[in-house]
Design a protein around this ligand. Structure first.
Ligand code: DAT
Ligand code: MG
Length: 149
């Protein structure tokens, strides 16, 4: 099963949306295999968003993502990377469809509530930045017999 890295950003935590986000992930059938709340360090934030280091919004992005507690997860399931990106919706909430997290709960690109890895390479890289192997649980969910053909 594919794994992806997901974060409820500090705005999502402040707005009490952690449960809402996790609920959508679980109900879709995706499986939580790692979960932590912490304030991520500036070094981790810069590594996580290294692809954006040259962008004008980078300093503000790092400041925001380290401004308070966030919730980090590893989420597993069939096509978990693409499914999580679809659950989150478009990066700019203005373009995010209703029914997506960003389309239902956000207005500003700089306060878009959630993150999810955008490719298999990014997922592997981001999971390794935020979690040790030993922190990732290996278990079957009982409903997997109904979820998968
Ligand atoms: P995503 O989070 O959908 O993968 P991204 O990787 O392009 O989007 O950008 C990472 C984050 O950076 C995004 O969630 C919010 C912020 N961001 C992106 N473009 C921005 C912009 N033009 N102005 C301000 N923040 C931006
Ligand atoms: Mg991205």
């Amino acid at each position: 099963m594919e794994q992806t890295y997901v974060m409820v950003k500090p705005d999502g935590v402040q707005r009490g949306l952690v449960g809402e986000v996790i609920s959508r992930i679980e109900k879709r059938g995706l499986k939580l295999v790692a979960l932590r709340m912490n304030v991520i360090s500036e070094a981790i934030a810069k590594e996580h968003y290294s692809e954006h280091a040259s962008k004008p919004f980078f300093p503000g992005l790092v400041e925001f993502i380290t401004s308070g507690p966030s919730v980090s997860m590893v989420v597993a399931g069939k096509d978990a990377i693409r499914v999580m990106r679809a659950i989150n919706g478009a990066t700019n909430p203005v373009d995010a469809a209703p029914g997506t997290i960003r389309g239902d709960f956000a207005l500003d690109v700089g306060r878009n509530v959630v993150h999810a890895s955008d490719s298999p390479d990014a997922a592997a890289r981001e999971i390794a930045i935020h979690f040790k192997d030993s922190e990732i649980g290996k278990y079957s969910r009982i409903d997997e017999v109904c979820l998968y053909e």
